[in-house]
Design a binder for this molecule. Sequence first.
Ligand code: NOJ
Length: 555
Amino acid sequence: MARPDISDSPDDWWRSAVIYQIYPRSFADADGDGVGDLAGITSRLEALADLGVDAIWVSPFYRSPQKDAGYDVADFCDVDPVFGTLDDADALIARTHELGMRIVVDIVPNHSSDQHAWFQAALAAPPHSAARARYIFRDGRGDSGELPPNTWQSVFGGPAWTRVIEADGTPGQWYLHLFDSTQPDLDWTQEQVREDFDAILRFWLDRGVDGFRVDVAHGLVKEEGLPDYTDEQLIAASIGDTTAPSPHFGQEGVHEIWRRWRAVLERYGADRILVAEAWVEPLTRMALWARRDEMHQAFNFGYLMTPWDSGALRAVIDASLDAFSRVGAPSTWVLSNHDVVRHATRLGLADVPPLGHGVGRDTPGLPETEHGVRRGRAATLLMLGLPGGAYLYQGEELGLPEALDIPAQARQDPAWFRTGGERYGRDGCRVPIPWEAQAPGFGFSPTGASWLPQPDAWGRFARDAQRGVPGSTLEMYRSALALRADLALGTGDFAWVDAPPGVIAFDNGATRIVTNMTGEPVTLQDPLLAGEVLLASTPLEGSFEPDSTVWIRRA
Ligand code: NOJ
């Protein structure tokens, strides 16, 4: 019987695609102000075609006060001047297509910026008015409404409610913000909100985008009555655990919205896609976002969060293949993005801090750079050997570790401010990437300016220092993507292979992928490794070293 997750139709490109995430602030800066921009991205796109990715996903570049690096959107249908203009967006879309790649853009439907005209109108309008109904305004508790309406906490720390001053100058209602206080949550029970977002989808589809990465796709619908947290939920919220059951994440009602969005996309062709950012557990629940009439994909955060442990990895791969195939979708795989510690650092940590807390120089158990990069490379080759879709985050193809030495005064993440510096937040994975070892700002910006400081030692990771250098991380990624396409690994048949404890081995079609996580070398004469070596994350010289992955054409 044909596998439900395989198809030859070009519309199904996404089922095996490698999609590269661009974080616009930090990719390439054309105008020299130290913040990346759309013209910068367009000017550097050839490097991504050269890398061999199928598509790019571009994080928000919409008009925004940038309180949460663009995830606080003040106009969903315009480009922020810091990133350029709508013409620049059109040029980026056109050039991406010209180079044979697709382009997916971010959409942020859970909240807007507090500077959005909708929210400004809501503030100016009286309580219980139609303008306020777009958002989640409630009266406070306590004798004079001085207490928040419920116990919910912001993902960035502190209460999820802020009280407004009414037109008459007195303290009034409270509004809900699951993230920063500058990101009020929209009320998706309102038909007006649904219609507005249909129009926003069409606006970008009309401009030619191939799909959307949907921000906080698990959060739009809140439990009726906005009940207080249970004790268990309160603990989960206080440690930033967004995957635990909660009254505001993973509510059943969100699925209806995705069916509606799917219908909007289908009118533009069956090749337009939706990918969910849905932090829910277990994987069987996450897979519900990727049902045939909802989204196409969901980021596999269960895989991303798995520590460097062979048993845990086997289990999550099994669970992923099983959960997604039940809904007729391929699994996705991802190791890094703009919200998590880069995997070249994270996988070497003794204890990984909770999501969004980040790491700094004084975090205990940090790996040596060499060790971290080596493990990161092994993890990448393992991931790219799996069937399904894969997501890469800018800079991982250079082997970038997390930036650890960002001074307090340079930090920008709201999580840092809302916790009084208790959480480092996500700045360490957002530092502008190095292009040219000898240029100012490592070629990120013509002036050398950079909105977050780049570590002095990053010249060695620069793209021009690695391109054409055998064994470099960049060349490893290029070879892996070319082989993955040639060998059709994205749609291959997966089967585990028996291996000693601490070794992961599986066949993907005629290719065998083996990862040594034992901490000891494995002898190359082992029958497990018989065949022609196609690619290795660490040179194979007499033995197969720990923290290495090898791709073999089976004998
Ligand atoms: C998830 C995004 O990836 C993150 O960067 C952002 O802070 C939150 N959603 C809020 O939009």
